[in-house]
Design a protein around this ligand. Structure first.
Ligand code: BG6
Length: 532
């Protein structure tokens, strides 16, 4: 550890590159703090939160005497909680359990039960006071709302009533972390935000969208704004259209009743895909401060042309999977999943088109697509460039089968592979060796795996660390969430008014690329979906 300008800095290895080493990377050390996880016996805590915190402990990125207070409705002792979390780390952490790191980390793990009764938060308060006294957490608190969505507003209100949410002059910080769903539509998202704001100021609220914590998503900003050659062509003049795909091989995986309430538009498009669209389409921010970056993202979201509910069917395609086979394994149809209505019309697939009304993107649509039980797992963004305006090769030493017509030369494509197989591919035309001028598309590839030879941290590691540091850049601000709901709510309203035809639902076989209507939708625009 070193100090610079009074700030404590930690040294971690610089990335492995072919270039001369860039020297150590200095990260500011987070201040001491206690993290209260409400919902500590739930799945999120076990699968994501504690494994991510443990990984931060391995990398020595947590503040000294960092304390986690698991808060749940059941009665557990500290030791029982520690044993459950040890099991969680063993099963779900990306790094193997190291006894030395674990025992230091486990010293900071405590449990307090809470209830809705009067005085039901007393155990948590006591644990926090003890942490301040015995572990020096300095009154700094983060509350993680890992509770069901119906519990978000009541919990915020209780923290406010108990005087646990307000930041006092000279006291520690108070932050809250919450994950989607942020409401079910524009109106309920507004209500929820108002309830959160009655307890916490916006800068205290950290809304997690785990896509923003992915290395490859952060790299979109670096790719666009740390390189001089892409930004000048990143606009309507050079780009024909953009496709954002989140394809999953998984089905609803035992979450049938959740999915019945949600569907693909709310589950993936409203949050993850809208965030990706904002990052791909935003203007360059003047710095990397949270408000500057989020101002630019929200401007892009505001520029999305409103879709009137009556036009929703012109701009979107819904799908639901029938029984089929994924990766060679037979899978049941959505309606046969546990917790799903056998006559459900809920969408498990969405394809849609957004128009962006600004100078950069007018006439360059963004096509969005997501689905469950598709043939391969791939989240990717394809930037489809325009064709060459004229091909000088047309008619040059034409040979049968050799020369494509000028408009047959495939346009350039830039592919940002978010996951898996993380990397970037540029497709361009190259001359096929031989006597004729035959042109074929070839790839120029960047793979994270081979360039950096180190595993990327999990999204939650980055996001939890940023919350400890008070850096909200990678969290969704209230206006971003509401703008994304503005677009999606109009579609949901249109869909409700025009439910799918029962004869046409389900309309794609599991293990295929969604309904045929999604292909026709693109064909009508003279375009095609990429097949990842
Ligand atoms: C979650 C959705 O937000 O994202 C899930 O609720 C989905 O349905 C998941 O499977 C996808 O996340 P990832 O990181 O695997 O792409």
């Amino acid at each position: 550890m070193a100090t610079k300008n009074g700030e404590i800095l930690r040294t971690v290895d610089a990335a492995v590159t072919e270039e001369p080493p860039a020297g150590p990377v200095h990260l500011p050390a987070p201040p001491p703090a206690a993290l209260v996880i409400f919902g500590a016996t739930g799945d999120l805590t076990k699968r994501k939160l504690v494994p991510a915190l443990y990984a931060l402990a391995v990398d020595d990125l947590l503040p000294e005497h960092f304390t986690v207070i698991g808060a749940g409705r059941s009665q557990l002792s500290d030791d029982q909680f520690r044993a459950a979390m040890r099991d969680a780390v063993t099963r779900f952490a990306r790094l193997r359990l190291d006894e030395k790191v674990w025992s230091r980390f486990a010293e900071g793990l405590h449990y307090a039960s809470f209830s809705d009764r009067d005085g039901g938060l007393d155990g948590v308060k006591l644990a926090l006071e003890t942490a301040d006294r015995e572990r020096g957490t300095a009154g700094n608190r983060i509350y993680y709302f890992a509770v069901p969505p119906s519990g978000f507003a009541p919990l915020a209100e209780r923290l406010q009533r108990e005087g646990m949410s307000r930041e006092e002059e000279g006291g520690g910080f108070r932050r809250m972390v919450v994950e989607k769903p942020f409401g079910r539509n524009f109106a309920t998202a507004r209500e929820l935000n108002a309830a959160l704001h009655s307890a916490f100021e916006e800068p205290q609220i950290f809304r997690i969208d785990h896509y923003l914590g992915k290395e490859t998503v952060q790299n979109i900003l670096v790719f666009r704004f740390a390189n001089g050659i892409f930004e000048p062509i990143w606009n309507r003049r050079y780009i024909d259209h953009i496709q954002i795909t989140v394809a999953e091989t998984l089905g609803v995986e035992g979450r049938g009743s959740y999915y019945e309430e949600t569907g693909a538009l709310r589950d993936i498009i409203q949050n993850h895909v809208m965030q990706l669209a904002a990052i791909i389409g935003m203007e360059p921010p003047s710095n990397f401060e949270a408000e500057t970056v989020r101002d630019e993202k929200v401007k892009l979201l505001r520029a999305i042309r409103p879709i009137h509910p009556d036009d929703a069917l012109l701009h979107t395609i819904r799908g639901q999977y029938a029984a089929g086979s994924v990766d060679g394994t037979p899978v049941p149809g959505y309606r046969d999943e546990p917790g799903v209505d056998p006559e459900s019309l809920r969408e498990t697939f969405v394809a849609m088109k957004l128009d962006i009304d600004n100078w950069r993107w007018a006439g360059t649509p963004f096509y969005l697509r997501t689905g469950k039980h598709l043939p391969s797992r791939a989240t990717e963004i394809a930037i489809q460039f325009r064709r060459v305006p004229h091909s000088p090769f047309a008619g040059h030493r034409a040979m049968p089968g050799g020369m494509p017509p000028p408009d047959g030369i495939a346009p350039n494509q830039l592919l940002l592979r978010i996951q898996p197989d993380e990397g970037i591919t540029l497709r361009f035309g190259a001359k096929v060796p031989g006597q004729s001028m035959r042109i074929e598309s070839v790839n120029m590839d960047f793979f994270y795996g081979s360039s950096f030879q180190r595993a990327s941290p999990d999204a939650y590691e980055r996001l939890l660390l940023d919350c400890l540091l008070g850096d909200a850049t990678l969290f969704a601000r209230v206006d971003e969430v509401e703008e994304a709901w503005r677009v999606c709510t109009a579609i949901l309203d249109g869909w409700r008014a025009h439910p799918p035809d029962r004869i046409d639902c389900p309309n794609y076989e599991a293990g295929t690329w969604g309904p045929a209507a999604a292909d026709d939708f693109m064909r009508r625009d003279g375009r095609e979906w990429r097949r990842p």
